[in-house]
Structures are given as structure tokens and as C-alpha cells.
Design a protein around this ligand. Structure first.
Ligand code: ADP
Ligand code: MG
Length: 500
């Protein structure tokens, strides 16, 4: 029996503003408790919220990036509930009329692209934090986070399974950082996802009952949590039971989800428009002003990479997976032009030609060599120990055949292992470590002559039509040159001399 897993994701992205959404207090992370909570944030009587204009600008940026409708008029509402870290007794959010409506985000999977519809994105304030450690039998309340601006981004139930859900979360994470509306720091809680999961029999067009999983603070946990939860639901249904709609918590230590609260206990939040705040009115002119300041988006850049140097769409999506990756790549291309253009056959050519000639190979180099190393070390491209200028230089020496592919990898590793502050001189290291291959025709001819003279038997065999003899002669030349002869040249010289 085939089951289909259906997922919808709600993400809280903390907007990268200096001050809070309704007060002037700082949003900086990690300050001593309650040193960044103003009278508004701690809800002293008689204070009034004042909307931070920057927050609106960042929400518009997001809306434009996903092709959404920016609501000309949206409304802040009070979501009423009682909790110690919510001193007002309500959270200011948006309910019926959110600022961003509709839109979509494309995800690229190895098997192809898929469009995920976004239902809405609304503005709201974060709550404070309850601290349960360090207080014997009591809880501490830190209101530094209270009033931090959040954009809650909600998808339609378009995702099928854990892999797609993670691909979406990664794409969204990359996008909010790309357009610089959120720093994306998941450890500090700047980007938090909840996953709604249900299962149904393949072909059924009704949705199954869903559970919402909280506490997914890494992509890996998200994948495991959805996989566990789907297995659990399938198990219940196959045993003849039914799913109870509830909120569940993922426990990474035990790799399982546990019931947190059922929907029956769900509170009635008694939403109503906040009388302290005017409706948020956004003019067409304001939207155009924000649009004019938008960077080139990943999808557009990806299209450009495909057109400019024939990257495959999957490669292009990987090269634009984060802004840092595409910046690294584009800087490598620009630097390539500065390194002996004549030796690369690029005299008088510009960036466009360099891209056409070398973009594809350089892109592959970054995706294979660099990405593998980053993976091994578990770090991001921003922390790469080989800088774009040096990566470009190594690549240039591969193009001009100073280096064999193997030597280029070795050189990459040498540079990777150098102390962070060291000055890197690629050509000097090639000499010092004797990594260059012999491409000097005269030198190769001399070695070939020697080998031919000392191996009359193989020469005879080759001329009698035994192809194996040729490989053995190539092997001898490579051995004599200590593996440094350019193999393509060795082949060519050998064939020529054997003919004559
Ligand atoms: P709530 O406000 O109770 O969280 P919403 O209707 O806003 O509920 O849905 C929240 C998220 O749950 C959305 O991302 C939506 O796509 C997703 N969702 C709704 N129904 C299902 C379902 N049956 N299976 C999986 N996801 C669902
Ligand atoms: Mg929800």
C-alpha cells in the first residue's frame, strides 16, 4: 500500500533590524537578561507601540522576492493568551489581513524543479524567554527578545515528504539571507520552522489529519522528525487507528516526536484588530522604491549562469544555493582574468569571454573540489580556507596545463592546510613542491627517445598490432618523468615517433 506524505511549513524569520518592531530597544543577541527591554516591551501601563518602518520595508522585500501580492492595507491584530514571558497578555500579530499574500518559491531537486505555493507571510512580535535553569523551583523571565520583529511565512500543503520539506526550508533560508532580511542563524533562533505532517493513500485527493511538529532547529532534525512522524502516522492508520490532530515536539536525543498538546485544548485566541495601531497602508510608490533596491535574485542568477556558460540547471541551482556560493564563484571568474591572461588564451577578452570559456569548468571545480572539502570540515563557503583569488589561480594553472588534475587537487589541499594568515603564492608553491607537470616538448621527446631505444621488444609488438604494448610504453615514459609528463603530450609524441 503506497502512502503519500504531505507537509506544510510555517517559518518564523527574525527580521534583521537594529531595533524592535514597536519600540526603540535593541534586538542584538546575547545581552544580559532584561537589559534590552523598554517600557513598551515589558508592557508598562500607558505606553503605546510605534511601528518600525524598516520592518515593513523588509516584509515588502520578501513579498517581491516570491512574486506575492503586497497588501495595500493590512491590519495588526491582538492574539490573546496568557504566558509569563508575554507581559501584555497578548501578542501583536496579523491575522485576517497579512502584509504578504500568495507568491511561491521554486525548489530544485536532483530529479527536477518544483514550485511551492506560499499562502501568506505576516508580521508579528516575538515573546520573551522563560529560563528554567539556575532558578531553584522558579523560572526566570528574560524580556530581551520580547518585541523582536518576526515574519511568519506559511506554505500551502504542497510538500511531499521530508526531502522536499528540507529542500524548501533550505531554499527559503538561502533566500531570506540573500535579500538580507534575516541573518538565518538557526542556533540563535533567527530562523525557526514548524512542520505540519499528514499522510494519505496515494491517489487520494483529501488531506489526512495533520500533526504540527515544533522545535526543528536544524535541517537534519527537520528531515528526521518528518520521517519519524510519517512512519508513526502510517503505523497508527495501518493498525486501524486514527490520527489525533495535535502539536508534537521533536526530541533529537531519542529521534522521536512526542505529544505536546492536543487541538482540543487549543485556545481561542480571541483575535481582534489592535486599537493602538493604525492599519498598515503601503503605497505603490513605496513598493517601487523597495523594488529598485533589490539584488539580482537566485532564480535570475541561475538562469544567467545557464545562458552564459551552459551550466546545467542543477549545477546552476547549486552555484546559487547561497549568496556566498555565487559570490565566491563570480569572484573566481573575475580573478581568472588577472592571472596571465595570455597563457590562458584570454588576451584582450573580457569577463563575458572568460565566463563562456571557463565558467563551466570553474563551476564544476567549486562544486566538486571545494564543496567536498567544506563538507568534510563541516563549514560554510564563507569560511573556506582557500580564497577565491587562490582558487582561481590554481584553476588557471590547470587550464594552462602547468598542473595535472591530480596535482591541482594536491595544491588545493596544500593551500587549504596553510595557516589562515599566511601569504599564498600559488606559482611559488608549485615550484617549491615540484607540482608542475612537464609540458616542455623537447624534454618529453628526449624521454620518449630513451624509452623507445631501451624497449625494442615493445616497439616491435606495437608495430605488429599489439595495442597493449603502447600502454606499457606510455607507462615507462610517465615513470621516467616521475609522473610529471603531460599525458596528452606523451601520447601524441609516442604515436608520432612510432609511426616514423
Ligand atoms: P494553523 O493556523 O492551525 O496552524 P493553518 O491552516 O494556518 O493552521 O495551516 C498551517 C500549516 O499547515 C500550513 O503550512 C498548511 O499548509 C499546513 N497544513 C494544513 N493542513 C495540512 C494537512 N492536512 N497536512 C499537512 N499540512 C497541512
Ligand atoms: Mg500553526
Amino acid at each position: 500500500m503506497a502512502w503519500e506524505i504531505v507537509v506544510g511549513i510555517e517559518t518564523h524569520a527574525q527580521l534583521a533590524t537594529k531595533s524592535k518592531i514597536f519600540s526603540g530597544a535593541s534586538t542584538a543577541f546575547g545581552a544580559p537578561p532584561n537589559t534590552q527591554a523598554s517600557a513598551v516591551d515589558i508592557a508598562l501601563p500607558g505606553v503605546l507601540p510605534v511601528l518600525n518602518g524598516r520592518v515593513v520595508e523588509l516584509a515588502i522585500r520578501f513579498g517581491l522576492a516570491i512574486g506575492a501580492t503586497i497588501a495595500p492595507r493590512s491590519v495588526f491584530a491582538r492574539k490573546n493568551y496568557f504566558y509569563p514571558d508575554l507581559p501584555k497578555g497578548y501578542q501583536i500579530s496579523q491575522y485576517e489581513l497579512p502584509v504578504v499574500q500568495g507568491g511561491s518559491l521554486d525548489i530544485v531537486l536532483p530529479e527536477g524543479a518544483k514550485t511551492i505555493r506560499i499562502t501568506r507571510a505576516h508580521l508579528e512580535e516575538d515573546a520573551g524567554k522563560s529560563l528554567h535553569e539556575d532558578f531553584h523551583g522558579m523560572s526566570g523571565i528574560d524580556l530581551n527578545r520580547a518585541g523582536t520583529p518576526l515574519l511568519e511565512i506559511v506554505t500551502e500543503p504542497d510538500l511531499r515528504g521530508a526531502k522536499e520539506a528540507v529542500a524548501y526550508a533550505r531554499a527559503l533560508h538561502a533566500l531570506v539571507r540573500w535579500i538580507e532580511i534575516c541573518d538565518g542563524n538557526m542556533q540563535e533562533g533567527s530562523f525557526r520552522c514548524d512542520a505540519n505532517v499528514s499522510v494519505r493513500k496515494a491517489g487520494d485527493d483529501r488531506l489526512g489529519t495533520r500533526c504540527e511538529i515544533k522545535n526543528l532547529n536544524s535541517f537534519r532534525f527537520m528531515e528526521k522528525a518528518i520521517e519519524f512522524e510519517a512512519r508513526r502516522q502510517i503505523g497508527v492508520l495501518e493498525d486501524g487507528g486514527s490520527i489525533v490532530q495535535e502539536t508534537r515536539l521533536y526530541d533529537p536525543d531519542r529521534d522521536e516526536t512526542r505529544s505536546m498538546r492536543s487541538k482540543e485544548d487549543a485556545q481561542d485566541y480571541r483575535y481582534f484588530p489592535d486599537p493602538d495601531l493604525l492599519p498598515l497602508v503601503i503605497s505603490e510608490a513605496e513598493i517601487e522604491r523597495v523594488r529598485a533596491g533589490m539584488p539580482e535574485l537566485p532564480a535570475a542568477k541561475s538562469e544567467r549562469f545557464i545562458a552564459e556558460f551552459g551550466a546545467t540547471s542543477y549545477e546552476a541551482s547549486l552555484l546559487t544555493a547561497t549568496k556566498a556560493t555565487s559570490d565566491f564563484f563570480e569572484e573566481c571568474l573575475a580573478r581568472l582574468l588577472e592571472i596571465n591572461p595570455a597563457r590562458l588564451g584570454m588576451t584582450g577578452t573580457g569577463l563575458a569571454d572568460a565566463k563562456r570559456m571557463y565558467g563551466s569548468a570553474l563551476g564544476k571545480g567549486i562544486l566538486n573540489l571545494l564543496a567536498a572539502q567544506l563538507n568534510r570540515d563541516g563549514i560554510e563557503i564563507e569560511q573556506s580556507r582557500v580564497l577565491p583569488k587562490d582558487f582561481a589561480h590554481i584553476h588557471a594553472r590547470l587550464i594552462d596545463q602547468t598542473l595535472s588534475a591530480k596535482a591541482a587537487q594536491e595544491l588545493f589541499r596544500v593551500v587549504w592546510d596553510m595557516p589562515p594568515a599566511a601569504t599564498v603564492d600559488i606559482d611559488f608553491i608549485i615550484q617549491e613542491k615540484n607540482l608542475g607537470q612537464i609540458s616542455d616538448l623537447g624534454a618529453i621527446e628526449r624521454i620518449v627517445d630513451e624509452v623507445l631505444a631501451g624497449n625494442a621488444k615493445q616497439v616491435e609488438d606495437y608495430r605488429a598490432g599489439k595495442d597493449k604494448a603502447f600502454n606499457s610504453l606510455v607507462g615507462q615514459v610517465m615513470k621516467q618523468s616521475k609522473g610529471k609528463a603531460n599525458p596528452a603530450q606523451v601520447n601524441e609524441v609516442l604515436r608520432r615517433k612510432l609511426k616514423g
